[in-house]
Unconditional design. Structure first.
Lengths: 308, 531
């Protein structure tokens, strides 16, 4: 297990380093010059150069890169181009908000997916199963940005029940979480339904029934334990979707998280802030996947054996 | 699973949804308004529920990001100028951009000679940190801003170097190196900063501004600035106790927040939202024609026939249905450009001919230019998400031009890519849909056509007239120069004048007295809150 952990940690470090490097160079090579954006179009070059000197983008890119990496080793992510705030402070302020949104979304969508997936699997092709499949199809075809706007117009503007934007308390989670969950649940539901259908036909479930164990216990203990394995993997994989989806959702709901922070920074070519946002997203993604691997290994002895 | 169990599952799901929607007694995290430091700790902004309870907070959602820090005179960003006007004062104010200045920190002024003005300063004014305002602060601010010190500033480009002589603690003389006709307009752009701060707190004031204005900064997030009323303001404390300015990119999000009561004011209201706001009982629109020229800017050298052939330029202007763009697309208070100086600029005069769309005349001009087939292909670039309905405006212009025979290719990019193309040596664009705004002074507005900028075609007479408009201090003489400047620009048509922008702000009617100015400023002092 130790060897497995060390190997995965090294892989994580390589992935994060790769992402950081790629983003750094893409921003500087393919993106616009932030100094130009901060001056009126057509401004004379000497004045634009003054802005570059102030931002530090006048130096050669390799020099900037080395400075950036050196700063990273000290935990310094640089300062915002717009306002001079330390990027680390801003990122750390935004991170819990995105994490909370992601956690509530995973909790909510997993619960919904388990209920609907198991319910559908218990009576295949029944009324409930067909209803769930209709939901899956509709949800898959619903764009998040559209759904978010419709929800806001109905629940916030028309009914006045829920906040349209911001993070103000538990009520603020409702619309963003529903928006994200509608995108997330179809895959979860289909996976659980499929996995449960297979599991219910397995020998150990049939044996449990033969021993006279109550049906509820057969489903919730014997069936769920095996059927939950792909759910754990899937949630890990879907975290990327949640992070990517949260960019849209945070943008529309003005949610003060990493997604909004990064998108605002992209609009203004605020390089240090973009790098900080992407770094945090990359680290969060690999760490969660690492824990998913560990959980999977703990749940399935075959993984542990393979690792050895 | 039996019916009973299915029902249980259904009830559980409904209960979950209901629980999420149920009203909670959660404590809302507020966005400051009580502290005096630049601490940045919270995530949520004050809601209208809170605002109603306190009846003194206002939340303003803006469409343009904050581009700069608070380092004085080191930016040219409009959004930063706008918020500085809440925190700092100026020697003079220009509530009407085409009318004379009115007193602010200066109470009266006299012209000594064509390069020298004497100002009497207001007494009993203090900065937010409690220190007293006097002539030393004016000297330090004006000299720093105008480029009279060793510190290079971005705003010095708008100035003629000006030194300040202190006559007594509340009297100063401003002495410019050359006669400076745009002095008063520039004074309204120059915040008065404490001399002590400029000398000793240069780093601190980049994040914690210290002005004499009606509001002081208490929270300095990159996209969100929270201010509270300055209780010692020399004109009396503002009725708005907490003022939040927040950048929200998405125009629909800004509108949703206003409609849901989570914002009190939003700016840059797009045309498609006007009807929604107009139909709302508690909201009102406040529109002005901005001091902003939206032109098709032509990059010198990229389309040689443009540089060399006046008839080609006239053909393009005559091809475009500018009135149609205004009434059909940008709407609001926007107006067809009748000069290269907007209608709210001092000494504005309408140009002749009016350059209304005339397809036959445009075709004849193309033939006169030697290109009856429309001439070479060229790229017309528009930036999506920048000027209102830019893509539609671009498409309409291209359709107009093609009808006459021109061969434009529409390129839609983001603003950053467009700016890069303008500056790049291997840029492929020739014509760009962009705007230029100013403070209403003719020199300040015409400056963009001078040799200081990339849009200059080597027109020496134009440069001469721009210089004269900046140095002719006699008002009558200056008016003549500015009128000749406008005539010259209108005849030469180095760029295509399209329209003067609309600036529309929507606000909750509980906020009264919001001052929406053509220079895109929104002044919250002395606005009041009712109800």
């Amino acid at each position: 297990m130790l060897k497995f952990t060390l190997r995965r940690t090294a892989q994580m470090a390589i992935v994060v380093f790769g992402v950081v490097t790629l983003v750094f160079f893409i921003l500087r090579i393919a993106s616009g010059d932030p100094a130009h954006l901060m001056n009126p179009p057509g401004q004379q070059e000497e004045l634009v150069q003054l802005t570059r000197e102030k931002l530090g983008t006048d130096r050669p890119i390799p020099v900037q890169y080395v400075e950036y990496l050196t700063g990273l080793t000290r935990g310094d992510l640089g300062k915002s181009f717009h306002g001079g705030q330390p990027v680390l402070d801003e990122v750390l302020k935004a991170l819990p908000n995105t994490a909370m949104l992601a956690a509530v979304t995973i909790l909510f969508s997993s619960t919904v997916a388990l209920i609907l997936g198991i319910g559908a699997a218990l009576r295949p092709n029944g009324f409930f199963d067909r209803g769930v499949l209709v939901y899956v199809s509709v949800a898959l075809a619903t764009p998040s940005f559209w759904l978010a706007i419709v929800l806001v117009l109905f629940f916030s503007v028309r009914l006045g029940w829920l906040p349209a934007i911001d993070l103000e308390g538990p009520k603020s989670f409702v619309l963003p979480v529903i928006t994200l969950s509608v995108a997330l649940t179809p895959v979860l539901i289909r996976t659980i339904r499929h996995s449960f259908l297979e599991t219910l036909g397995d020998h150990h479930v049939r044996a449990a029934r033969a021993r006279g164990i109550p049906e509820r216990r057969v489903i919730l203990v014997h069936g769920l334990k095996v059927a939950a394995l792909p759910l754990v993997t899937l949630i890990g994989l879907q975290l990327g979707l949640i992070l990517a989806g949260s960019y849209v959702v945070e943008f529309i709901f003005n949610w003060p998280g990493i997604g909004k922070l990064t998108l605002d920074a992209v609009a203004g070519r605020n390089f240090p802030m973009i790098q900080g946002g992407v770094l945090v997203a990359a680290v969060a993604f690999v760490i969660v996947n690492f824990f998913v691997d560990l959980t999977y290994a703990a749940l399935d002895p075959r993984i542990r054996l393979a690792a050895k | 699973m039996g019916r009973k169990r299915q029902l249980t599952v259904l009830v559980f799901v409904l209960a979950l949804m209901a629980a999420a929607c149920t009203s909670t007694d959660d404590t809302t995290t507020t966005a400051g308004g009580t502290g005096t430091t630049a601490a940045t700790t919270t995530t949520a902004a004050p809601t209208t529920t809170e605002a109603t309870a306190e009846d003194t907070s206002v939340r303003f959602l803006i469409a343009e990001n904050f581009w700069a820090d608070w380092d004085p005179y080191q930016h040219t960003a409009q959004s930063q100028n706008r918020i500085e006007a809440q925190i700092f004062d100026y020697l003079v104010d220009n509530p009407e951009t085409d009318a004379p200045s009115v007193p602010m920190l200066a109470t009266e002024w006299t012209q000594i000679d064509e390069r020298t003005w004497e100002f009497k300063l207001r007494e009993d004014v203090t900065f937010h940190d409690g220190s007293a305002f006097d002539a030393e602060d004016v000297k330090a601010s004006i000299e720093r801003s105008s480029g009279a010190t060793d510190v290079e500033t971005l705003q010095a480009g708008d100035w003629i170097v000006t030194n300040v002589e202190i006559i007594d603690p509340f009297t100063v003389r401003l002495v410019s190196e050359e006669p400076f006709a745009a002095l008063f307009a520039q004074l309204r752009n120059t915040i008065i900063v404490s001399a002590d701060d400029l000398a000793n707190n240069a780093e601190a004031i980049k994040t914690q501004p210290n002005g004499t204005g009606p509001f002081r900064l208490v929270e300095n997030d990159p996209t969100r600035k929270v201010m509270e009323a300055n209780p010692d303001y020399w004109q009396g404390p503002a009725q708005i106790q907490s003022l939040t300015w927040e950048f929200i990119q998405d125009q629909d999000t800004r509108l949703s927040a206003l409609l849901a009561g989570q914002a009190d004011v939003i700016d840059r209201v797009p045309t498609q939202h006007l009807q929604v706001i107009d139909g709302s009982e508690n909201l009102e629109l406040n529109s002005v024609t901005g001091i902003e020229s939206v032109n098709l800017w032509v990059a010198p050298g990229r389309l040689p026939i443009w540089d060399e052939t006046p008839a080609f330029r006239q053909a393009m202007v005559t091809s475009i249905d500018r009135q149609g763009l205004v009434t059909g697309l940008v709407q609001g208070a926007s107006a067809v450009a009748t000069s290269f100086l907007p209608t709210t600029t001092q000494f504005h005069q309408e140009g002749a001919p009016a350059y209304t769309r005339d397809v036959d005349a445009a075709k004849a001009l193309l033939a006169e230019a030697g290109v009856p087939d429309g001439g070479p292909e060229f790229e017309l670039w528009v930036a999506s998400g920048f000027l209102p309905r830019a893509e539609e405006v671009g498409a309409a212009i291209v359709a107009n031009l093609e009808e006459v025979g021109f061969k434009p290719k529409l390129v839609v990019v983001d603003l950053s890519a467009m700016i890069d193309d303008i500056f790049s040596d291997d840029g492929t664009g020739a014509v760009y849909h962009l705007s230029w705004s100013s403070n209403g002074d003719p020199f300040n507005h015409a400056f963009v056509y001078s040799d200081t900028f990339a849009w200059y075609f080597g027109d020496e007479r134009l440069q001469e007239l721009i210089d004269l408009s900046g140095t002719t201090t006699d008002p009558a003489e200056r008016e003549k120069v500015v009128q000749e400047l406008q005539t010259h620009l209108w005849e030469q048509l180095w760029h295509v004048p399209l329209y003067n922008s609309d600036f529309t702000v929507a606000n909750n009617t509980r906020l009264q007295g919001l001052d929406v100015r053509p220079n895109f400023e929104t002044v919250f002092y002395p606005a009041s809150i009712t109800g």
